[in-house]
Design a protein around this ligand. Structure first.
Ligand SMILES: [Zn+2]
Length: 460
């Protein structure tokens, strides 16, 4: 079949390493037809201007929290931690309208495209009106996110969230959680409606807010509704020590231990913030096939703690990245944070490298996250390979951190030595969504975002 579009890259990341002279054919659906290294550039192919990388999936986002970034970095009392941050974040969550959410998300999604993500998984729990009553269309807030993604051209996996309790021993939500209230039926109906909408680049999975917010009966009810359907199932698992202690007190087991023993997660499951773990829990998760989602920028910002990266990597557990509260919005910085946190904590260097198979730290981390990108979005494949969506990034070969480096060091240069972004162009489904022509869109989106921030927070 004749390709719908044809690209040629002098250097491209195929099968886990850089390869030369790669012909990339896009089919009529916007997926890769063939990906062939060691070719000559045929007439009619578009020659790409720099090294070509797969983009990554951003596996964990709360878009509305973008409207809070930069507003929580002051301490006005003796103590500040995740829980005091959350109380302040709820203050913003209680005010945002669907129209404001669309403006915030549109601006954010363009930032995420620029940051090298072409698919974002929205862990979406801000559902109802500020007073807790339902919108005329129950999915008003979800559609605001879908419209924002569609206008920017980023792929979106919407994950309506089951959120039913304020804690392990709490029968109900707190008053300031009233916009989040859902049950298993609501979440499954929402997921079904989103998938049936037929919007381009939009699909849906489901999510459980956490083990404290979704009790055993809620989880079992949602599992019964999802059945064998190929939907990603996301859950916040073990972000804070306090929730580990609460889980132990309520169930006698740690969060990942409890999840694995009671609910038999499989490869559809994504454990977000697998921060606090024991070696036994890592073994159990590895045996289940579930993946983990790490959000290094947010986890640092919130003082969550460091995950046991060496053990997760050693056990080959699928890993993906999330930007969560959006204090960081590009994966290059997230990978840098991920490795630097480990170096600082362990007082070692090149923690993520694997001397026998992949001695480059950045290459090993990037390839792990590339391989882990498909499942959180409910996809079968991700990257420069036949059948995957034709999403990719073109790097600026003149970026200062890449200058003069041999091919084998380019990924390390990108992650550890660049200052300004080296990403020049971003393609989704074979179409350029960020590059020269798209830059004029930024000013309009920025102005709308700034005006919405003023509406939400005032000038003072
Ligand atoms: Zn989250």
């Amino acid at each position: 079949m004749k390709p719908a579009a044809r690209f040629f890259a002098d250097l491209a990341w195929v099968d886990g390493h850089w390869q030369r002279d790669v012909l990339l054919d896009v089919d009529a659906r916007g997926h890769w037809g063939q990906v062939l290294p060691a070719q000559t550039c045929p007439p009619g192919a578009q020659r790409l201007a720099g090294p070509v990388l797969p983009s990554l999936v951003n596996a964990h986002s709360h878009a509305f929290q973008r409207a809070f970034a930069g507003l929580a970095e002051r301490r006005d009392s003796a103590h500040d931690d995740f829980w005091s941050w959350r109380d302040r974040m709820y203050g913003v969550a209680l005010r945002i309208t669907p129209a404001q959410l669309k403006v915030i998300a549109r601006h954010l999604y363009l930032e995420l495209l620029q940051g090298g993500y072409t698919q974002v998984c929205e862990f979406h729990y801000l559902q109802h009106q500020p007073d807790g009553s339902r919108y005329d269309d129950d999915l008003a807030m979800a559609w605001a996110l879908a419209e924002a993604a569609e206008e920017v051209g980023i792929g979106l996996t919407l994950l309506p969230v089951l959120y039913a309790h304020a804690g392990f021993a709490q029968p109900a939500l707190r008053p300031d959680q009233r916009r989040f209230a859902t049950d298993a039926d609501w979440v499954w109906q929402a997921s079904q409606r989103i998938n049936a909408a037929g919007r381009p680049l939009l699909n849906a999975g489901v999510a459980l807010h956490s083990l404290r917010a979704a009790h055993a009966s809620d989880i079992r009810a949602l599992q019964a509704l999802v059945g064998d359907a190929e939907r990603p199932i996301h859950i916040h698992i073990s972000e804070q020590q306090a929730e580990v202690q609460d889980c132990l007190a309520a169930t006698g087991q740690r969060p990942m231990q409890y999840l694995c023993n009671e609910f038999a997660p499989d490869a559809r499951w994504q454990l977000v913030h697998a921060t606090h773990s024991t070696p036994q829990e890592i073994e159990q998760v590895a045996a289940s096939g579930a993946g983990i989602v790490i959000c290094p920028g947010t986890e640092a910002n919130l003082g969550d703690g460091l995950c046991d990266l060496p053990d997760w990597l050693a056990m080959n557990v699928p890993i993906s990245l999330g930007s969560d509260s959006h204090v960081t919005r590009d994966w290059v910085q997230e990978l840098r944070w991920l490795e630097y946190g480990q170096r600082l904590g362990l007082q070692r260097r090149n923690v993520a490298a694997q001397p026998q198979s992949q001695p480059s730290t950045a290459a090993r981390l990037f390839e792990a996250c590339r391989a882990g990108s498909a499942a959180p979005a409910g996809f079968q494949r991700w990257g420069l390979q036949p059948g995957a969506r034709a999403d990719f990034l073109v790097l600026n070969p003149q970026a200062s951190g890449l200058l003069g480096l041999p091919d084998a060091a380019l990924m390390d240069g990108l992650v550890f030595a660049t200052q300004a972004s080296a990403i020049e162009q971003v393609f989704v489904g074979g179409q350029c969504r960020w590059g020269e022509g798209a830059r004029s869109a930024v000013a309009a989106l920025s102005a709308g975002f700034a005006a919405t921030m003023l509406d939400l927070h005032g000038k003072a």
